[in-house]
Ligand binder design. Sequence first.
Ligand code: AMP
Length: 450
Amino acid sequence: MVCAQSIEGLGIVGFPVSPSEKGAVSLGIVPREEVWLLWPMPFSKLGLSHPLVEGVRAMGYIVPTPIQLRAIPLILSLRDVIGSAQTGTGKTAAFALPILEHLKTTTGRTRALVLEPTRELAAQVETAIRDFARFTTMRVAVLYGGVGYGKQNDALRAGADIIVATPGRLLDQLGRGTARLDQVKFLVLDEADRMLDMGFLPDVRRIVERCPRERHTSLFSATIPPQIETLIQWAMRNPETIQIGARRSPAETVKHVVYPVATDQKSALLLALLEQVHFDSVIVFCRTKHGADRVAHTLKRGNHSVCVLHSNRTQREREQSLRGFRDGRYELLVATDIAARGLDIQDVSHVVNYDVPQHPEDYVHRIGRTGRAQATGDAFTIMVAEDRAHMAAIERFIGQKIERVKLDRFNYNYTSLFDDARENTGFPGKIKAVRLSGGYYCGPARRRKR
Ligand code: AMP
């Protein structure tokens, strides 16, 4: 039996030597019943040609993830697919590889279109597709707003086989006659529920109407609200649904804890937490843009290297923040929920909810930034008394009670949350240290290696 190597940076840490071993199951992305399906199946057996298998190998992927295992053969056989999977399960390769396989070589005409809700996601998906296609001649263009037209027009003029776009800028380019969709054979609607939340559904419909009826459509969405159901009825033909894991469950490799605190001590607790936590890179989520700016300011004063991501920032600033965070130049990224969905940032060791999210789904998406593709991560939520109802809604939504803990050596002011906790769990009589990946740790924060 093959034993996959440990790949640093990819988070693949020791696949089991036998399918019966608990390892793959406990890694979280391999449901017990799917171990046998997954285990003996390398990418080369999925019907992908040599250049794509080489592209995947160059990315460091060894075995397909469950969603890849199921979606690749379906899209290769030209079925419409609805994919519903936990975040970070590898859905980009699940749709991109079979589409690249069908397109085979460049023709200079756009034959595949991928719609994404945010600029960051569009850029991320385009990079992944370029990487998969590195041993082919295929050309990819990315179109999103907030930046000039020059580079995007050049890419379109050069002939893009695949366009990855956000709806607004694509409609703009269609209006100018610089992009055409009349040869599109493959359409992907990624993060469809997010596009709905952001009010893009009418634009999506207008774009779908510009694509030929004879096409194959894939739709990925964490949830299927009625409006998406209507879109499915209208835009897809006899689709096959793939569901990996429970729709509501956050990544199973993440440890969750809640830190109850008085409102006036939130930022002091955050600073103290970061002092004690043994972290590599952290995303701190805030509810509002101003809140994010304030928290970033506090963290900078606390001598942390910090970048910020929210929609009041220019596209250039947003790109610089993401690049700097990915490269390790910044150890902390402070963001609003714009960053919560889909973004793939390697090695996020911790997510901190500085504000409890108001929508329970946002909790799952925020937490999805850590523990991606088998890596483990920690998720801390700072909770004040006004967050009680939201926290209860989150716990109901994910179907699990999240442990309340108290930070060691922090001089707490009184909050009524301590009374709740004492009634329910004995807290705070028993003081706990910070729970971290790999055990308990109470020492100075470890800086990211540069
Ligand atoms: P995605 O859900 O497409 O955003 O992918 C999440 C992360 O998993 C990305 O970092 C991918 O590079 C990684 N990934 C996707 N497929 C595999 C695979 N088969 N093996 C290892 N890592 C993967």
